[in-house]
Design a protein around this ligand. Structure first.
Ligand code: NAP
Ligand code: FE
Length: 366
């Protein structure tokens, strides 16, 4: 059994200002990788720029990252930041994932980028500082980066594993999340915990983080749909997300994540919702011991109650989805090709199971 999670996590108010030393140690020039708007509005980008300027650290800003980012954004960022010493990712999972890709391609050059990102070359990357502003992906404590691949019309994970060197968490950056982003990301964290625990590769170490995530979710689940959130609740959601990142950093995710990718690619279903559409039926094909533990920790009386809770929350974000039988067949066949993912499930999974997971889960959204 192995547990390896090298990211230094610092969670405190005004974390960027209080930890200027980190940036000074990492070099003389940084590239900031972020989305188009939110980091400008919630103060995170300004805080970073102020600290870099005060410490005479030069910087460039790549603020083009879009949701479910295409691979090419890593190349564009790497070209802009070619003479940088380190990368600062600010935002949700999308900018944090691109920051990791940019860090790899600056260190190794942007030529032949598909091989560098998706071949197991063992290449190293520049150091990454991750400053999350959504509470779901846990990308600040995972070594993964997920991109949209237009060629295969699906989402793909970078093969190189890059843990951020630092994860800096400040509750104030999360307060501006629109309700739909918060719902989708909190639920993403819950699915990470569930898929990490119900996983052939889980260990007592990874499950410890998964359990804590589920407990924090259960304790605060009545507040998920509230427009104005108490700081205490928001802090629990943020921690749940980072803890779930620690869990999947060891195990990866399982079937619901892969089942959900085509819904995001073809129908723009936000990532967390796309996974959790399948959570109930996924647990339905999982051993009772897993289900009982999850229900107890999350404070649900039955699997139906958990299922209804998720449908209700998901419908705040995604009311209707009409997917044809032909599409379900195509998605199912694609999943069956992903042997690595199928092996994560602690039980045999046939194409009939996968088809049924799609059919039974999507019924609720027609
Ligand atoms: P996201 O795609 O990063 O951002 C979603 C939206 O939220 C964007 O419009 C963004 O605006 C906005 N936003 C972010 N922070 C905000 C804030 N504090 N206030 C207001 N708006 C804010 O969403 P995400 O769900 O965090 O990330 C999803 C991506 O992460 C997917 O590509 C998924 O596959 C990937 N993922 C990665 C891992 C991993 O381990 N690396 C795990 C799970 C999922 P701006 O664009 O203006 O910033
Ligand atoms: Fe996820």
């Amino acid at each position: 059994m192995k547990y390896y999670m090298p990211t230094i996590v610092i969670e405190e108010d005004n974390v960027v200002e209080k930890n200027a030393d980190i940036f000074k140690k990492l070099g003389q020039k940084a590239i900031i990788v972020t989305g188009r708007n939110s980091s400008k509005k919630n103060g995170s980008l300004n805080d970073v720029i102020r600290v870099l300027t005060k410490n005479n650290i030069d910087y460039v800003v790549f603020d083009e990252v879009i949701e479910n980012p295409p691979i090419i954004q890593c190349v564009l960022g790497a070209k802009l930041g070619k003479d940088c010493d380190f990368v600062i990712g600010i935002g949700g999972g999308s900018p944090l994932d691109v920051a990791k890709g940019v860090a790899l391609l600056i260190k190794n050059g942007p030529d032949n980028y598909m091989h560098k990102l998706f071949g197991r070359t063992g290449d190293e990357s520049l150091p990454v500082v991750a400053i999350p502003t959504t509470c779901g992906t846990g990308s600040e404590t995972t070594p993964y980066s997920v991109f949209t691949d237009e060629n295969i019309k699906n989402k793909v994970s970078m093969k190189q594993r890059i843990f951020p060197k630092y994860a800096l968490l400040d509750i104030k950056y999360f307060k501006s999340m629109p309700l739909k982003v918060r719902i989708s990301t909190v639920i993403d964290a819950l699915t990470h915990a569930i898929e990490s625990y119900v996983n052939r590769t889980s260990t007592p170490y990874s499950s410890m983080y998964a359990f804590k995530t589920i407990v924090l979710f259960g304790k605060n689940k009545e507040h998920l749909l509230e427009e104005d959130l108490d700081d205490r609740v928001l802090r629990d959601y943020v921690r749940a997300s980072t803890f779930a990142g620690c869990a999947i950093s060891q195990t990866g995710t399982s079937l619901p994540h892969t089942l959900g990718y085509p819904l995001t690619f073809y129908y723009d279903v936000p990532h967390g919702i796309a996974n959790s559409i399948f959570t109930k039926e996924f647990l339905g094909i999982s051993e009772k011991k897993y289900v009982d533990t999850i229900l107890r920790l999350a404070r649900f009386n039955s699997l139906d109650e958990l299922g209804d809770y998720l449908i209700n929350a998901n419908k705040m974000v995604c009311e209707q989805l009409i997917i044809s039988d032909l599409e379900i067949e195509a998605y199912s066949m694609t999943l069956m090709e992903n042997q690595a993912k199928l092996k994560k499930h602690p039980g045999k999974v046939t194409i009939d199971d996968v088809r049924k997971l799609y059919e039974e889960s999507l019924k609720n959204y027609e």
